[in-house]
Design a protein around this ligand. Structure first.
Ligand SMILES: [Zn+2]
Length: 241
């Protein structure tokens, strides 16, 4: 029970951080796999992330049906369930419409890591286009079939863009997923600037692998952990170290 309470508390903080860092605005959401039941995940009821409190957190089965909690769920909860279903190692998922990322979902020019702290977003970032398998839609992931199609496009990667819509990132921990979601937006801002100036030399796959290996060691005070402490303060919480 205490695992669940601390997971819910961390998830509330993650929502506030994503709002403070402007990855989420009125829209976007973050989930974590249930700490005691891998066949469920925790996600707020449909609400702007900046407003979310512990009482808003609901529990869902991986097919997106509600298992516990009250309120109207997010329409796009299927994004989360489908990724947890396909990727047993994934512990957290962030979906957002952060604005600098969206141009890369429509121009055929890939978003790629341009700066060392952004390596976590992954060497290859595909674009999922619902037009391919579902024809004209409202572009939202409105059922589990669309969620599974998106999860398939993500594959074993960290990030996937969604045409004319936004992006989704998956992490081995909540802190990693939040970090990747923030850095996806940062990288997009930098890449838009750099490409306006000329040809870009991106990080190589080997550089990306080395940076990620270092970050994944998860030493306290480094990497995801140091960023989390900074973002905690930015979002108005005391640091926890
Ligand atoms: Zn969306």
């Amino acid at each position: 029970m205490s695992d669940l309470k601390s997971a819910i508390d961390e998830l509330v903080i993650a929502n506030r951080i994503l709002a403070a860092e402007k990855v989420c605005d009125a829209f976007g959401h973050v989930s974590i796999r249930h700490p005691n039941d891998p066949k469920k995940f925790l996600l707020s009821r449909g609400r702007a992330p900046e407003l979310i409190e512990a009482a808003d957190i609901m529990q869902f089965h991986l097919d997106g049906t509600a298992a516990d909690g009250k309120g109207k769920p997010y329409l796009e909860r299927f994004i989360h369930g489908a990724i947890y279903e396909l990727r047993p190692e994934v512990q957290a998922v962030v979906h957002s419409h952060s604005y600098s990322v969206v141009p890369f979902s429509v121009i055929g020019e890939p978003l790629r890591p341009i700066m060392h702290v952004c390596a976590t977003i992954g060497a290859e970032i595909p674009v999922w286009d619902p037009q391919d398998n579902f024809g004209d839609t409202d572009l939202l992931v409105a059922d589990i079939d669309q969620g599974r199609d998106l999860a398939k496009a993500l594959g074993t990667r960290t990030s996937v863009l969604m045409r004319g819509h936004g992006s989704t990132v998956a992490g081995g921990s909540l802190r990693e997923a939040v970090y990747a979601a923030v850095m996806l937006e940062v990288n997009a801002q930098l890449q838009l600037k750099a490409q306006a100036m000329g040809a870009v030399k991106f990080l190589t796959p080997g550089e990306i692998e080395k940076i990620r290996a270092r970050q994944n060691k998860g030493r306290p005070g480094e990497g995801f952990d140091r960023a989390w402490q900074y973002w905690l303060r930015h979002a108005g919480f005391p640091t926890d170290e």
